[in-house]
Design a protein around this ligand. Structure first.
Ligand SMILES: Nc1ncnc2c1ncn2[C@@H]1O[C@H](COP(=O)(O)OP(=O)(O)O)[C@@H](O)[C@H]1O
Ligand SMILES: [Mg+2]
Length: 311
């Protein structure tokens, strides 16, 4: 029998696609105690992740918020071999400037990006003072409470600065919630992201949107970063042909689950409430993004798989 991974096992953040599939199959999160014991040394740079669709209501905010809170609450790392395990540092940036809803999802109204920009304060600690901390540990820069008028548009350079600051502060994951558009800020985020998950809802208009989104993102030269998350999935809907056309891969399939809306209405995070098919699927997605969140058995299988590939 295989030994458990050493606590200081280094889990690289860039994984072969095959390894991702193995992690996805095992959504049950380890207990926090086990996660501490197995926390890997975090290597690599900050991972920037976004969810995209040209249709509103696909689930971009839900997925970005759930994933950010899940990674912050359950993810553990070690700054170096032998160091004590610590929670991952996760930032959630609400850059859906016309329809910012992360504040409502988290149940924290302010301060917002608006306050940060209007403060004119760019000194040390200013960004930190304008970010809120959710109970999960995730830090969020909330979006403007109402759409910004033309004269006060946010420049992508300001967003770049914010991201740079977060990275200098040792943030491990940055999750971006963006608008259903290809405006300057969204385009900057898409270019800066390492992973773009196109959110595909399994309806006729959802599928049409996935084609449109894919085409638009490929035109921007972003095709290599695209993955697909099916959201509001229902049994019996086969997307093989669609994925064949798109030449893509479904990274995760989040079922339709009324607990998501219940959690939204109570300003809770469904995947942290636990229970239910959507929470399980979200845990699977989090384990793909950060393999240390896979249960030990899944990691063992992942290693065996890797050996077969090498041998
Ligand atoms: N898997 C799901 N099951 C049930 N309801 C969902 C699911 N995903 C999202 N929703 C609900 O759908 C609505 C739209 O989701 P949202 O994340 O706000 O979309 P977007 O940010 O793309 O506009 C929200 O009310 C959310 O609670
Ligand atoms: Mg949204």
């Amino acid at each position: 029998m295989e030994a458990e991974p050493e606590p200081a096992t280094i889990v690289p953040l860039c994984r072969p696609a095959a390894a991702l599939e193995v992690a996805e199959a095992c959504p049950v999160p380890p207990s926090l105690q086990a996660a501490d014991a197995l926390a890997p040394v975090f290597v690599g740079a900050t991972r920037r992740i976004t969810f995209f669709s040209l249709n509103g209501g696909a689930g971009r905010t839900t997925l970005a918020t759930e994933l950010a809170c899940l990674l912050a609450a359950r993810g553990r790392h070690r700054p170096g071999p032998g160091a004590a395990a610590r929670p991952l540092r996760v930032a959630l940036l609400d850059l859906d400037l016309r329809s910012a809803t992360v504040a409502v999802r988290l149940g924290i109204p302010q301060p917002t990006l608006w306050d940060y920009l209007l403060s004119g304060d760019q000194g040390p600690g200013a960004l930190d003072r304008h970010m809120v901390t959710h109970g999960s540990g995730a830090r969020a820069l909330l979006g403007p409470p109402k759409p910004l008028s033309g004269g006060t548009a946010v420049e992508p350079a300001r967003v770049a600065e914010i991201v740079h600051r977060l990275e200098c502060d040792g943030t491990h994951f940055i999750l971006f919630d963006v608008g259903a558009d290809l405006g300057a800020v969204t385009t900057w985020v898409l270019s800066a992201a390492h992973d773009i998950y196109v959110v595909l809802t399994p309806t006729a208009s959802g599928v049409q949107d996935a084609y449109r989104s894919t085409e638009a993102l490929r035109r921007l030269g972003l095709g290599s970063k695209l993955r697909y998350v099916v959201n509001r999935a229902r049994p019996g809907i086969d997307l093989d042909e669609v994925m064949g056309d798109l030449g893509g891969r479904i990274a995760a399939s989040i079922p339709f689950d009324p607990r998501i809306e219940e959690a939204e209405n109570g300003h809770r995070i469904a995947s942290l409430d636990g229970g239910g098919p959507a929470a399980e699927a979200l845990a699977g997605l989090a384990a793909q993004v950060y393999p240390a969140l896979s249960p030990p058995a899944a990691r063992r299988r992942l290693r065996l798989f890797g050996r077969r590939r090498v041998g």
